[in-house]
Design a binder for this molecule. Sequence first.
Ligand code: NPW
Ligand code: K
Length: 519
Amino acid sequence: MNYILNANEMKMYDRDTSERIGIPSMVLMERASLGVVESLKEQNLKPDRILVVAGMGNNGGDGLAVGRLLAEKGTEVTFYIAGNPDKVTPEMRRQLLILENSGFSIQRKLELAEYDMVVDALFGIGLSRNVEGEYLELIREINNFGKRGALILSLDIPSGVCADTGRILGMAVRADITVTFAYAKRGHFLYPGREYTGKLVVKNIGVTEKSFIKGRPGAFCYEKKDLQGLLPKRSPWGNKGTFGKVLLVAGSHDMCGACILCGKSILRTGAGMVKIITPACNRTILQEAFPEAMLYTFEDRPEPEKIQKSLDWADVVVAGPGLSTGDISGELMEYLLKDKRCPMVIDADGLNLLAARRELFRLAKERGGKKLIITPHPGELVRLLKTDREEYGTDREKLVSELAGELCCVVAAKDAATLVVEAGREEIYINTSGNDGMATAGSGDVLAGITGGLLAQGMDSFRCACLSVYLHGLAGEEASAGKGRYGMTASDIVEAIPTVMTLRDEDFLRCQKTPSKKI
Ligand SMILES: NC(=O)C1=CN([C@@H]2O[C@H](COP(=O)(O)OP(=O)(O)OC[C@H]3O[C@@H](n4cnc5c(N)ncnc54)[C@H](OP(=O)(O)O)[C@@H]3O)[C@@H](O)[C@H]2O)[C@@H](O)CC1
Ligand SMILES: [K+]
């Protein structure tokens, strides 16, 4: 598990590290700059000629220090500073003095020469508004250097990217590499910031959890090393019943694939049994393509007694993939929502039904008790919230939290960087696994299946949603490693689930003993 910070949190922890713990901010700055040089070495990058573009804040100070350290190693460095000298920070002033005392000259006019690398140290987490005028031109010029072949190295965050939201404030540097300090920032992962960040490297500078004096950060992500502590425990004496029984209500005429992708993902994640309720037209294909599933297929409309029997059997319900939004589906959803015993995962048309029929939305709300996980993509979320894409783009986190609060549930808001938010919980999960190959038909059905499979193994809803999203992304990475991002399909993601959940025997045994992580 790692933290993802916003600008205020980072500033607070920087300040507490200097003022309360006592590591001077010049020491932090020197460590940050040494970290950048170290990271270039790790990536075997040895630029001969570089340009440092520095602003008047501490991000600029980092840039001057990086240039100085590289010059010590023989790199030819051109230093350029921009901005109002009245705004210079004490640390930046000190860096300017060190350069002056060391005999370096500092340009105020940009030299349009050939450089191997441009160090972008214009703005870091102190960017507070849209960039304009001179800064806009500079950012355009840095990007032009990039187009002409120079490597663009951004310090902390590409200048112009909002550290809190990933939004572009006017214009932003398109970095090839971003070296950030202490912890990743939200803007590195939230789109479009993610596209501008390039390869992200995080360097420790001495700001650690000991600096969380005033509280922990509000967002976190999982890392591969966490899996051992996160996967549900398996009893050696367990049977298919004890590993969880999932009732999948999915599929409609011409929509059978969603049942298969979702159902297989449930079993691939470790649940013991799956029963599918779907129209009779899907029976033959399901029996051939997915023989592990039990079925209740119906001709015109499902019989209430049989639905109830299936509900009584199940530990968890997954509803919605390929379901369609007709009246029969609406009736089915009503039955499912009225039965408040089983935790439920709702996806796709299940969510569209909730959005279209307020009665169903009310029933979902009444379930309460956080026994509901919903997995909307942006279109579904916008429909549920009765808002538009523009508003969704301006403050996604706020809207997702509102929806979680209204339905008293866990929302996994799917997107390139999926957010998981639980009603009443301040901390959010930001997913960092996965890639663009996952933007393929049926990928969402796989996530719904993974979520149902983990929930059926007894996980708490929030942790289950976070882990599902993370595993789904890892399985996507695994699928793209085999098939490539162009050609991979949702079925490849399903097939990759076991690989990413496989622990070496010794890790598996340790996993059974490790207490489950609290977050
Ligand atoms: N503190 C520490 O211990 C450590 C900090 N570290 C480094 O410090 C960085 C944060 O430094 P920082 O807070 O000085 O902010 P920074 O990003 O350099 O810019 C602020 C300046 O930009 C200006 N400005 C803002 N927006 C603007 C706009 N649109 N257009 C024009 N101007 C604009 C703003 O002016 P103002 O808003 O006051 O008008 C101010 O002058 C951090 O990212 C990391 O790299 C590391 O060394 C590790 C240790
Ligand atoms: K920067």
